[in-house]
Structures are given as C-alpha cells and as structure tokens.
Design a protein around this ligand. Structure first.
Ligand SMILES: Cc1ncc(COP(=O)(O)O)c(C=O)c1O
Length: 435
C-alpha cells in the first residue's frame, strides 16, 4: 500500500523547518508509529492520510472545545463567508464580539482582537510598559509558554537569536512564592512594568496567593496581566479570573474561544486599554494594528463558540470529562500496579498526567512507550483537553485502552525492557538547546 502519510510528511519536512508550524506538532514529539499528518477530523475523531482513525484528546493544541468540524459553528462561518471576509472599515461583528467579551470577562472594559495568543500577551506587555514608563517584565518560571516573541523566548533555553538587551529585561518569579516576587521589586525598584503569568494552571494557588500578587503589583505601581490563553473559557466562562475572584488589570485570551478558528483577545481596564486609542491627548501607543484582526468569519466563529459554551453550560461538561479521565487513569494505574509511576494532577477542567521513573521524575522513555501503544490502539492522548464531543462512552473506551497499555508498561518495567519495546527514537522536550 502507498504510504500517503509518509509522502505528505516528507514534503512538509522538505519545505517547512521542523516540518510543522508548531514545535509541539513536530516529529520529535511523537513515536514513529504516530500519524505523521492528519487529513481530517469530526467530533473527537481524527483521520490520517492512510485512513486510520484515532480518538483525539489533544483537540488541536486545546483550541477545539466543541469538536472538530462542529456544524453549528461551521454554518455560522459559511453564512459570514458569503458576506466577504475583511473590509476597509470595521465590520459590524467586531463590536459584537468585543461587547460579548466585556460582558463575560471580569477585567474587560475594552477589548482588542488579534489572531494569536502571542499577539495579545505581547500586546499586554507593550501597554504595561507604555502605561508605567518602565521596561522590565516579570514572568512565572512555572509557565511553559506565554509567547513566541523575544521577551518570552529569550528567557528559555532556546534563546538563540534573541538580543542580550531584550533577555536582560525579562525576570522570573516562582509560583506560590510571593517572596520571590517581593525580592524582584526590591532588586529593581520602580523598574518593573508588569507581572504576567497563567493565574491557574496545573498547580493549585495557595490561599490568597493571587490576591497577594495583585496587591503587591498595585503597591509597586506595576500592571498585573493574566495569561488566560489556556484557562479562558475553560475554568469558567470569564476565565480563571472569574473562577478565582481576582481581577487583573489586563488579560490575554486565545485558544478555546473560536473552536479552532484564529482569534485572540487582549482585554483590560479602559484606563490602560485606551492608551491604544486615537482620542486621548497623551503620546500615542501603537497597539496591535493587524491586517487580519478583523477577519469576519473567525469572529463569527468566536461569537458562536462562546455562546454555545454559555448556553449549553459546557464549562460543567469540561470539568466532568476531566474528572472522569483523572479518576479512570488513577484506577487503571492502580489496577496495573503502576501507581508510583503515573502522576495525575491539574484541575479537572484541564487535567495533566505524566509517566515517572523510579526517582519520581517525568520519564520520556515511558512517555514514548505510552504514546506508541495508545496510538497503536487508536488513541491520541499526548495531553488531555476536554471537549463537548468527549462523551462518557468515548471516555470509557479510552480508559480501557489505557488500562491495557499500562499493563504492557508494567511488564516492560518489571523486565527492564522499556527502551527495547520502543520502536524508533524517544520523544524529546520542545524546549531544549540542541536537537
Ligand atoms: C499559556 C499560553 N499563552 C500564550 C500562548 C501563545 O499562543 P499562540 O500559540 O496562539 O500564539 C500559548 C500557546 O500555547 C499558551 O499556552
């Protein structure tokens, strides 16, 4: 049989550095038996070019919360497409989405739309620097990613190509360690423009921690920015800020808001946001002026997606799906006597799991074997993103596969043959200095 997956992925590798437009989709992230290209998706299923079907829990890096090719969103998009996609003056629905976001997001008095999460985290930093007249940015060491732009990438191990002067401006504090933030304010008095971080991710904030961060920012004249690119429309309709009850000055949203269409939003207080406007008397700030930010069908997709989450109470469903999976994975690990080697954590709406070695550290070889064996059985679960299409039946079926795979891993562990069972190279972390 002709291997269409290989033909298409070889072409991509020839013409695209890393063969993909997102490193987390790259060949080094998956075992060799993983589908190397995806041809289509429907609900929580995806198909590769050779016609193999997989149950999908990655849901397009967390963007597809209603399911692939979700028809009500596509119908809305088709209607909007027939009217044209972008115009010389703002389209009517730009204001409609902005108003909807201001209604549901606690910090949002004004909103600026863009395409990527990185556009809006970086836009938030620009605004904070302009508002405070300061240059230093503090991010959280626990956050794996806040932006593709230099202010963030320069603070990771893959900092090649980022000027030292830019790197010097990004500092890091530790999650749940308010003293680590206080130290930075003491070390750089009146120099820190903002604190940007995911308010809630996998780690549970200590009681009062988020409020302490906000109070410290206000005391020190810095801007608090929540990166809600992942937590938005997932922890609660109004994001982690609604869930936690702590309202930041600015916040960045993306991922889950348009069921895979490209829309992101910078939201915040009018006092700060309006610096990007054209009516004030002070010096202007050039804030997120993008050609495609007003693309109408993506905005229509966002309005339909957000309203669907709201009307069908899907936040509750996301929490239910994640909880069932977490409990099921723990039970499967227990049944396979693998409890010490499987870590399950995170919030139910955004669960996390990892395979651990004898020392309790995340183990890439075990992860590779898990992915290889689940993929062999039609399950694509590099990480877990609950969506509307994940029914109890889909969850039960997937947990049965996981239990089978855990027993294979247990046998391999007992016989010291984890690496021998892996066909091809072991998967690698995205953030590493050398290939
Ligand atoms: C927490 C967080 N912030 C920002 C981003 C950047 O979003 P984008 O890839 O849409 O630019 C990501 C992407 O994974 C993210 O996870």
């Amino acid at each position: 049989m002709v291997d269409l997956n290989k033909i298409y992925s070889d072409r991509a590798a020839r013409y695209i550095p890393a063969g993909a437009h997102t490193y987390s989709k790259g060949a080094d992230q998956f075992p060799v038996n993983a589908p190397s290209v995806i041809e289509r998706g429907d609900g929580c299923y995806i198909w590769d070019a050779n016609g193999n079907q997989y149950t999908d829990f990655a849901m397009s890096l967390g963007t597809v919360v209603l399911g692939h090719a979700y028809q009500p969103v596509l119908e809305t998009v088709r209607t909007e497409l027939n009217k044209g996609v972008n115009f010389v003056r703002p389209s009517i629905i730009e204001g409609e989405l902005a108003e909807l976001l201001c209604d549901i997001i606690p910090c949002a008095e004004m909103v600026k739309l863009a395409k990527h999460g990185s556009d809006v985290t970086t836009g938030a930093i620009k605004l904070a620097r302009a508002y405070t007249g300061r240059e230093r940015v503090v991010r959280c060491s626990a956050d794996p990613f806040n932006s593709v732009h230099d202010w963030f990438i320069g603070s990771t191990v893959v900092d090649r190509g980022v000027p030292q002067a830019v790197k010097d401006l990004t500092l890091q504090f530790e999650y749940n360690n308010i003293d680590s933030l206080k130290c930075l304010f003491e070390q750089f008095p009146n120099e820190i423009a903002c604190i940007i971080f995911e308010p809630i991710s996998f780690i549970v904030p200590h009681d009062g921690f988020l409020q302490e961060v906000k109070d410290l920012c206000e005391e020190q004249g810095a801007i608090l920015i929540f990166d809600e690119v992942v937590s938005g429309f997932r922890f609660a309709l109004g994001g982690a800020q609604q869930y936690s009850g702590v309202t930041p000055h600015l916040a960045a949203f993306g991922k889950a808001m348009a069921n895979g269409f490209s829309v992101s939003a910078l939201a915040g207080s009018k006092e700060i946001m309006q610096l990007g406007g054209i009516e004030h008397e002070s010096e202007r700030v050039f804030l997120l002026s993008t050609t495609h930010g007003g693309e109408t069908h993506s905005i229509a997709a966002a309005i339909k997606t957000i309203n669907t989450i709201k009307e069908q109470n899907l936040i509750e469903h996301f929490w239910h799906v994640g909880k069932s999976l977490k409990l099921g994975i723990l039970k499967a690990a227990n049944n396979s006597e693998l409890s010490n080697y499987v870590h399950v954590g995170g919030y139910d709406c955004k669960p996390a799991f990892a395979l651990l070695n004898d020392k309790g550290e995340a183990c890439m070889a075990m992860r590779t074997l898990f992915l290889q064996e689940t993929i062999k059985r039609g399950l694509m679960m590099p990480y877990i993103v609950p969506c509307l299409a994940h029914t109890d039946e889909v969850i039960d079926h997937s947990l049965n596969i996981i239990e089978d795979v855990f027993s294979i891993i247990k046998t391999a562990l007992d016989t010291g043959s984890i690496e021998k069972k892996i066909v091809g190279p072991i998967v690698k972390p995205v953030f590493r200095k050398f290939n």
